[in-house]
Design a protein around this ligand. Structure first.
Ligand code: HEC
Ligand code: HEC
Length: 362
């Protein structure tokens, strides 16, 4: 995760810093004479004593193809070092101090200005396009990040697995992280922008959910029941629904957003999920107004009836944990074990007819 965050920051930084430093690239070309004995850069550059430096910006340290780096450089890359304005400056000032054990036999550039200029020069071989707006911006939530990605070559460099011993995997793209990062927490953290009301949710529900969950959330066949069951939790066969059992509304939002409709998961827009969540509140008699609109703004004000029966996990405070006693694994009970309940009774999945399999554990 931290590598990819670096990437985001780095790419964002590139856009901002590129124009300011571009003027110094000519001066940098002169400084680069000091590097030329070992490094090539530009059209047709190949590895020499040192690796070629095309596309060095945004590349993982030790990430050039077909070049045998020192262990120290490979390790630095594994530890997350990515070349950017700052890391290159630090390296070029005192290579051996910045990466102990690097095999680059170069004392370092003493003047900050020389470092900045040669870095600007190298940067000009790391950019593929100066017109980011010409690139499609994709469907990501943050257009800044997408533009930054489209601007530079490093991403394509990172697509290639060049790090580590086995060259497996690559750094996740910012868009990929955004796509994965959809969890919503009980305090509302992670909720996307959006809104939707009960009436709209009802339309969506009839179209996309009722086939399985029933017109009123009562569940068709053996599909899960989504409403009702209040007051049944102590029954032999409790009916656990959003209204009777679930502690937090965030779970409803997260679950529907992530997993429903079954078989076509993540096809719903954020507004659709707000509307459906509002409708599920309505089906569970938690709201009664069809015009009720749920949004990111009022989400936290809604409480589910059973929240109070959930307790925070206090295990770290328990005596056993604070005393760090090894858990008992053998002969822990003085008397023989006694069966007090059977899975058949505990189980909440409806039982099938004689001979029909239900998948329930008995
Ligand atoms: C005497 C040869 C030599 C000189 C001079 C030299 N380098 Fe290097 N450079 C190397 C070698 C060898 C490596 C590989 C280091 C390793 O694997 O530890 C390297 C590595 C690098 C890297 C890291 C590359 C990567 O893919 O991770 C950069 C960036 C770099 N040099 C830039 C420069 C610049 C800029 C200059 C001039 C200011 C310069 N070097 C001068 C030999 C040299
Ligand atoms: C094709 C059948 C099907 C459709 C259509 C469907 N679901 Fe589901 N739903 C399921 C199944 C199966 C589960 C249980 C999945 C599991 O436990 O792994 C489920 C579980 C749920 C749950 C959690 C219930 C619980 O108490 O565990 C919610 C909430 C839910 N669905 C909402 C929706 C919404 C909203 C829609 C419409 C956008 C929808 N579902 C469409 C089959 C469906």
């Amino acid at each position: 995760m931290s590598k990819s965050l670096n990437l985001v920051l780095l790419l964002a930084g590139l856009c901002v810093s590129a124009p300011a430093q571009a003027q110094d690239a000519d001066a940098g070309q002169k400084i680069f004479k000091k590097c030329k004995a070992c490094h090539a850069v530009g059209d047709g550059a190949r590895n020499k004593v040192g690796p070629h430096l095309n596309g060095i910006f945004g590349r993982v340290a030790g990430g050039g193809a077909d070049y045998k780096y020192s262990k120290a450089m490979v390790q630095a890359g594994d530890d997350g070092l990515i070349w950017d304005v700052d890391t290159l400056a630090a390296y070029l000032e005192k290579p051996k101090a910045y990466i102990k054990g690097t095999k680059m036999s170069f004392a370092g550039l003493r003047k900050d200005k020389d470092v900045a200029n040669v870095t600007a020069y190298l940067q000009s071989f790391s950019m593929t396009s100066s017109k980011p707006e010409a690139e499609p911006s994709g469907s990501s939530q943050s257009s800044d990040e997408v533009v930054a990605v489209a601007t530079t070559e490093p991403v394509s460099q990172l697509m290639r697995a060049t790090h580590g011993q086995y060259h497996l995997g690559r750094i996740a793209l910012p868009e990929e992280i955004l796509a994965w990062d959809i969890d919503v927490r009980p305090d509302g953290m992670g909720l996307p922008d959006g809104r939707g009301n009960v009436a709209r949710g009802g339309e969506l529900y009839d179209e996309q959910c009722a086939v399985c969950h029933g017109a009123f959330g009562e569940g068709e066949g053996r599909w899960p029941v989504l409403a009702g069951g209040q007051g049944t939790l102590k029954d032999e066969r409790p009916e656990k629904t959003i209204g009777s059992y679930w502690p937090y509304l965030s779970t409803v939002f997260d679950y529907v957003h992530r997993a429903m409709p079954f078989g076509n998961a993540q096809s719903l827009s954020n507004d659709d999920v707000y509307a459906l969540t509002a409708y599920l509140l309505y089906l569970n008699d938690i709201v009664s107004d069809e015009e009720f609109e749920l949004s990111k703004e009022n989400f936290n004000a809604i409480r589910l009836p059973n929240e109070g029966n959930f307790v925070a996990d206090s295990r770290p405070d328990e005596l056993h944990y604070t005393a760090q006693i090894e858990p008992c694994m053998q002969d822990c009970k003085p008397q023989p074990a006694e069966v007090i309940m059977r899975a058949r009774v505990l189980d909440v999945t409806p039982q099938g007819q004689e001979g029909e399999t239900t998948g329930a554990i008995e």
